[in-house]
Ligand binder design. Structure first.
Ligand SMILES: O=C(O)c1cc(=O)[nH]c(=O)n1[C@@H]1O[C@H](COP(=O)(O)O)[C@@H](O)[C@H]1O
Length: 236
């Protein structure tokens, strides 16, 4: 799918990083028609969130299952097959060649798309060096993007800071999904590589993943609407 084909409203993915299904359902009800794409990650998935993912997909919402898989190939493949049955649109794996290869093979024939997480948005060069890497963030993101493209991965997760460079490498063949989104004035929290929604879209991001700036806002629907308006303006 080319970026131009993505409905503007689907470009905002709200991360349901909430303690349980009750809280998630309340948030989904509050957000109503403002949000069409939800992400279910560690916190909610381990608290009964996977049946909710299936239910949301059946109800017509799009779902991103963010499990950031990374294990031996066989285990990754079997996990991907299970997630494919939920009706989700996206599933994350870490961008290691064995892991990406197993995930891509296992999703064949399903509607599930595999996203490779390049370098987490909470990492800077110092964090990478502390973890034993010699490359800096931008070089490792680009190297992993090239490997992901060769392996047939459907999309990349990176900071919007890398989006323009990644677009040059992968063209429009891969989805660029960017967390690390902070509307002007929003608290940074533990994110280190951040951009506003408008700048992320201008840099070439297809999808923006936003958690706390929406879910912890006094009025989550107003916060989501403001981000949607910023996205639409940036696309115009
Ligand atoms: O895979 C992700 O979605 C992800 C990758 C990454 O590099 N950084 C990152 O923040 N995320 C997720 O994106 C969401 C960002 O949440 P906020 O920082 O609250 O907006 C969280 O659910 C993270 O798990």
């Amino acid at each position: 799918m080319q970026p131009a084909d993505i409905a503007a409203q689907d470009r905002l993915i709200v991360a349901l990083d909430l303690p349980g299904v009750t809280e998630a359902e309340a948030m989904i009800a509050r957000l109503g028609d403002s949000v069409s794409f939800y992400k279910i990650g560690y916190q909610l998935a381990y608290a009964g969130g996977l049946p909710l993912a299936q239910q949301l997909a059946k109800s017509g919402k799009k779902v991103f299952v963010d499990l950031k898989l990374h294990d031996i190939g066989n285990t990754v493949a079997r996990g991907v097959e299970s997630v494919a049955k939920l009706g989700a649109t996206f599933l994350t794996v870490h961008a290691y060649p064995q892991t990406m290869k197993a995930a891509v093979e296992a999703r064949a024939g399903s509607g599930l798309k595999i996203l490779a997480v390049t370098v987490l948005t909470s990492y800077d060069d110092g964090d990478l060096h502390a973890a034993g890497y010699r490359l800096n963030v931008s070089d490792l993101v680009e190297a992993r993007a090239q490997q992901a493209q060769v392996l047939g991965v459907d999309g990349l997760v990176s900071s919007p800071e890398e989006a323009a460079a990644l677009r040059k490498i992968v063209g429009h063949q891969m989805h660029l999904v960017t967390p690390g989104i902070r509307p002007a004035g929003a608290a940074t929290g533990d994110q280190k590589r951040i951009m506003t929604p408008a700048r992320a879209i201008a840099a070439g991001a297809d999808y923006l993943v936003v958690g706390r700036p929406v879910t912890e806002a006094a009025d989550p629907k107003a916060a989501a609407d403001a981000i949607q308006a910023e996205i639409e303006q940036a696309l115009a």
